[in-house]
Design a protein around this ligand. Structure first.
Ligand code: NAD
Length: 491
């Protein structure tokens, strides 16, 4: 089934219909015989139908991407950057529509959904401004040696369900600016905004340059195994990331893996407790804890532990849980049933092991009185053992432990004692101490007196099993390129 593009209004304001969703293949809106539906995690109502792509859809999209990539690679980079900037403008003009759809499919509060669209726009715009010169290695009378960065060809962006707009745009910008064609595969849990983003993008890019396929659990493996895809940029869990890498190894596809985290925050004795504790609570519970770089373990100096715990609990209690369309909500539901089971499993385990639950530990009733959605109240575990599951693993939900520390060396070792290495932070008014600790933390992003703050012109990646390679910044552009060194003999 092929449907006409929705088009634009004469005023230049873009009109997208948010009740019909299609694959985007070679510039067309393409339906499939089979469809499926995502669930609104606040109401458990079904959202609209989305396509279930077949192997033929995959073959078609890859074929068109290959053709488009040849032409797009020859398009001057300034033109590619301009197209991305115009796409960003269009997304900004549809911020409210995208934000509402995001609340319906992902569950996050509207204010944070709007912030996600703002960030997505920023990630598009700022990456379009990055300098991307060739490197002149030598330029003498005899010879010139230049290293340049040539597009790989066809890239695939696999997106998770926690930030479906922002993380898709985080792949669209570098892939297209560096001259590749890109296929976006949204998560089956949150396919709607990803499909609409790519539909909107058709106004600004030639057919086939940016396409989107939605589907079931078959789709990811079909795509990563496809021999004519050159690069996979994957964001998701470590377990899936390993499968993606294994599949990509068959044809030596380039891979960037942005995987799970288990971020520690080390709180030193000199902090202002009343100011710091609420920040820590919010940075652990933002997006209902479903952020790869949320704070997941909080190590608090023994001398302030009790007071700090009390302030964290007080702050967490003030954060309202509910449907993202209600007023003043800080935390929406867990995004899907599978994740809800996983998070409640951590709560059950903590209770079974008889760890002290400082607050929470129960299923939340939404502030509107309904009990329908996948709501969980913030849960704080008081000083569980270092080898407990809640310390060792990433729950990816609104539950986190506070742990005591006394010795600086010891706490650094404990913070680093994990298979993950995505983010880590130190909180102290003594910047000498904070910097000393920060330098020894084994993570791709390290913060002092903040956490989770990222920016589009800075490389983002993980140590250890939190990832491979980096996205964003100039390094992100290069990750979509072959490195080619040209040796030009002048005499
Ligand atoms: P997931 O690994 O279950 O799914 C991510 C994506 O991979 C989805 O689009 C899914 O359909 C697809 N997929 C699943 N199996 C596949 C396969 N065999 N081959 C190809 N694709 C496949 O992850 P999730 O549950 O959606 O996201 C949560 C996880 O993502 C958490 O661990 C979180 O820390 C991590 N995450 C990491 C970052 C980062 O930048 N490092 C950002 C956000 C989320």
């Amino acid at each position: 089934m092929v449907v006409q593009a929705n088009g634009t209004s004469s005023s230049g304001k873009f009109i997208l219909k948010f009740d019909e969703f299609f694959n985007i293949i070679n510039g067309g809106l393409i339906g499939t015989d089979e469809t499926r539906r995502g669930i609104n995690p606040s109401t458990l109502e079904e959202n609209a139908d989305v396509p279930v792509s077949t192997k033929k859809d995959v073959d078609d999209a890859v074929r068109f991407a290959r053709e488009a990539a040849e032409v797009w690679a020859e398009t001057p980079i300034t033109q590619r950057q301009q197209a991305v900037t115009k796409f960003a403008d269009a997304l900004r003009s549809l911020k409210d529509d995208f934000a509402k759809m995001l609340v319906k499919e992902q569950g996050k509060p509207l204010i944070f959904a709007k912030a996600e669209v703002d960030n997505a726009v920023r990630w598009l715009e700022e990456q379009a401004k990055l300098p991307f010169p060739e490197d002149m290695i030598e330029d003498t009378d005899e010879k010139q040696v230049v290293t340049r960065y040539m597009p790989l060809g066809v890239a695939l962006g696999i997106v998770p369900w926690n930030f479906p707009i922002m993380l898709a745009c985080g792949k669209i910008a570098p892939a297209l600016i560096s001259g590749n064609a890109l296929i976006i595969k949204p998560s089956p849990f949150t396919p709607y905004c990803g499909l609409k983003l790519v539909e909107l993008a058709q106004e600004f890019f030639p057919p086939g340059v940016i396409q989107a396929l939605s589907g079931d659990d078959n789709l990811g493996p079909w795509l990563t195994a496809h021999p004519l895809i050159d690069k996979v940029s994957f964001t998701g869990s470590t377990m899936t990331g390993k499968r993606v890498m294994e599949s990509c190894s068959k044809t030596l596809k380039r891979v960037t893996l942005e995987l799970g985290g288990n971020d520690p925050a080390i709180v030193c004795s000199e902090v202002n407790i009343k100011e710091t504790a609420p920040k820590i609570a919010q940075l652990a519970l933002l997006n209902s804890g479903q952020i790869c770089i949320a704070i997941k373990r909080v190590y608090v100096h023994s001398s302030i532990y009790e007071e700090f715990l009390a302030e964290v609990v007080k702050a967490a209690k003030s954060l309202l849980v509910g449907d993202g369309f209600e007023e003043n909500i800080f935390m929406g539901p867990i995004q899907n049933a599978m994740q809800y089971e996983r998070v409640t499993g951590f709560i059950e385990d903590s209770k079974k092991q008889k760890w002290k639950v400082a607050m929470g530990g129960e299923i939340a009733i939404s502030s509107n009185g309904h009990r329908t959605g996948y709501f969980i109240n913030p849960t704080v575990i008081d000083n569980p053992p270092d080898d407990s599951r809640i310390v060792m693993e990433e729950p990816f939900g609104p539950i986190f432990p506070l742990l005591r520390w006394d010795n600086e060396n010891d706490v650094i070792n404990r913070a680093n004692d994990t298979l993950m290495g995505l983010g880590a932070s130190v909180w102290s008014n003594d910047l000498v101490q904070a910097s000393r600790i920060a330098k020894r933390l084994k993570a791709g992003s390290v913060w002092v007196n903040t956490h989770t703050e990222i920016q589009p012109d800075a490389a983002f990646g993980g140590y250890k099993q939190s990832g491979l390679g980096a996205e964003w910044g100039v390094q992100g552009l290069k990750s979509y390129c072959n490195t080619q060194t040209l040796y030009l003999k002048k005499k």
